[in-house]
Write a protein that binds this ligand. Structure first.
Ligand SMILES: [Zn+2]
Length: 277
């Protein structure tokens, strides 16, 4: 993957029609595209052939992608996405947080999960459906941010794509989102914060969930017990929700956020610098 990627409405429509209808997800067996359309979307960088890889190969790809995008670039695109609703560009901050402290390591079996207890990757060389990850990236700003495979795809595409230019209005939205978290009642839960930021930007509920989960992964809506991945690597085995999540299906570490947690100001400054007021 090396070619620049341009905005392409036709390729985007092909991607969306492959996975989604007005009623939601298509069943797996119905996720087909006309061969010519598929070829077009693949050439445009919106859809992909499945890609295999061993644990070590995926880790190496994710580490290499992390070197091609800086935290500052991802933070700027995140801010620029807030008013423009360029969700794909919003995603990179979560991915750079995910892999910036990922290091090459040996597969260490996570008993019962058939996966690596360090990074969560499977040990088998099974082909990964990258097109569904691309769909989630364009539709919601990504979903599987904790995965090195998603992070690799996201950062590889981000590095080759145009990015939104942030405006004063975008910076204002960012500060209003953080102000809302700072001002939440002490017992507020993630879903309360999601609802509270709804008036601040044009968005769906699922887009707001991803937005908050990205801020949490970047350590900003994190807690001392679940600090996110900005400062240090956290093995996948330590990213599990409490055994009684009480209907909490948010991703790590957002599931741990409560109103009294507020905002990690040091992380907010590290990521967003003097945009924070
Ligand atoms: Zn691993």
């Amino acid at each position: 993957m090396a070619e620049p990627i341009s905005e392409d409405a036709r390729a985007r429509t092909i991607l969306f029609n492959t996975f989604w209808t007005s009623a939601g997800w298509k069943r797996e067996r119905d996720r087909t595209a006309d061969p010519a359309d598929l070829a077009y979307a693949q050439a445009a960088g919106y859809m992909y052939e499945p890609l295999g890889g061993t644990h070590d190969e995926w880790v190496a790809r994710a580490c290499a992608a992390a070197d091609r995008v800086t935290l500052a670039e991802a933070a700027s695109a995140f801010v620029g996405s807030l008013g423009s609703r360029q969700l794909a560009a919003r995603s990179a901050l979560g991915s750079i947080a995910t892999v910036r402290h990922l290091a090459p390591h040996a597969f260490a079996l996570w008993p019962g999960a058939a996966a690596c207890g360090g990074c969560g990757l499977y040990g088998t060389d099974r082909p990964e459906d990258l097109s569904v990850l691309s769909f989630e990236r364009h539709k919601w700003g990504g979903v599987r941010h904790g995965s090195p495979i998603y992070a690799w795809l996201d950062l590889d595409v981000f590095a080759r794509s145009a990015r939104p230019v942030e405006t004063a209005r975008d910076v204002d939205i960012l500060n209003r989102v953080l102000d809302t978290a700072r001002g939440a009642s002490p017992d507020a839960r993630p879903a309360d914060l999601e609802r509270a930021i709804a008036p601040l930007l044009l968005s769906t509920k699922d887009e707001r969930r991803v937005l908050l989960e990205v801020l949490a992964l970047a350590g900003i809506l994190a807690t001392p017990d679940c600090p996110g991945l900005l400062e240090t690597w956290v093995p996948i085995t330590e990213r599990q929700p409490p055994s009684k999540p009480s209907k909490n299906d948010w991703a790590y570490p957002m599931f741990s956020w409560r109103g009294f947690s507020g905002v990690n100001e040091a992380a907010a400054r590290e990521v967003f610098g003097d945009r924070i007021r």
